[in-house]
Design a protein around this ligand. Sequence first.
Ligand code: SF4
Ligand code: SF4
Length: 481
Amino acid sequence: MQPSMFNVRVPLEDQNEVFLMNTFTDAQLIVSTDVAALLDELEHRDAAGWTSEERDAIGTLAEHGFIVESRDADRDNLQRFFHEVRESREQLRMTVLTTLQCNFACDYCIQGDHGDYNKHAAKMSLETATRVGDWAEQRLEALRPQSYVLTFFGGEPLLNLPVMYYLAERLWKVCDARGVRMLINIITNGLLLTPEIVDRLNAFGLNGIKITLDGDRDTHNKMRPLRGGQGTFDRIVHNVRQVAHKTRIAIGGNFDMETADSYPALLDFLKAQDFADKLSKVAFKPIIRERKEQPAPAVASPVKGSKFIALTAVSDKPLGGACMTSAGAAVSSTSGCDSCHMVDDQMAFLREETKKRGFPTIDGVHMGPCEIHRSHAHTISPDGSLYACPGFAGDATQSVGHIDGRQEPARSHAASRFEALSAWQECRDCSFIPVCAGGCTVAAYTELGSIDKPNCHKAAIQAGLVSLARQAAAERTATVN
Ligand code: SF4
Ligand code: SF4
């Protein structure tokens, strides 16, 4: 028996207790420092010397995965976990880029309404949409998943409503006939959003809409203007107000060193709106233009305390899934996902500011494995090319196939590379592998030039863990009182 390599801990100094989490089982416990110390003593003490209280504690720790047979057992579990994630047939996910055109002219994005970009940017035709529908229907028939998630993204997806309506209606019927639950997500800049669009898609399983606000009013207007420089903030907020009672609205934002300070003002603004309690999630992520090395923090060591108390189970959340794929960032100048590119301090700061105002947000720990690790998650570009995730869409060299089934050596080669993706293997004994999976592959490709290297932001995950621990302790205290 030995402690699992996936154990992480945060000392709760005021309470002489320790928050323990196992990132593989997602078990979370608050224990006395004595119990935490048992984990360190496990391999050095003679089992015959354990007291009955200590045996009980060891039994509970083992039951929650904090104690395993061997390091090999941990490694086998990890391999099996990634295999199951990759092969899971429970859900079929498709992100459809209805167009690469965009009506915004954000300066951090090389796409959008700059120069003659929109003149040449691809837009899905109804004829291609018909073939996408055929392909999706075949996949649904072959896979028979429990649920089907169709995400519309771009460019700006609302610039191509006919394709959205066609696919939504057709695939709703296909799912309905097979008893598959269909969910539609839209990731949009919000400028063209109307109640009519929401009403129409609500009939086909609209699940939620993600809208990007890049800071407070002035900052957003500077960051996300129209081509002529006109601001877009007021119009977007107006549009959100019109639809917030009809569907779930998540707010995202892309910040950099100059704009991060404006986000608390945005949060205050949102909190004061009549639709504040309708927001399903508020989460911001940085725009990264160059890589910064993040030092790995020291692992906190347990402090021996005098009290030996019972273990408190904190939660039993499912693993994975913080990535609201392609969450509205510039696809080419940055990768397109909420769990990419964390500037650790600002991320932690803005997450705490968001929580302080009572908005639901990501916890900063449960980041992955994202959909690039799943065989049954596909991104389809306007011409029908397939990609492993939205962050690679538009880069033809990274296409892994095509909906028409054409066999081309370059796409087959790319498909093999993405199927074998396991950058986390380089993370060796890192305790966060099950919730991080080596970080964002798009960021690794952009910043390190390889999809096979980890993109490590361990400090950001550690900060999320500390926050999770404090929240668990506060909730426990509230329950006890
Ligand atoms: S690789 Fe990055 S952009 Fe792609 S799905 Fe994963 S986290 Fe999102
Ligand atoms: S990328 Fe960093 S934090 Fe993530 S699993 Fe690898 S070493 Fe751990």
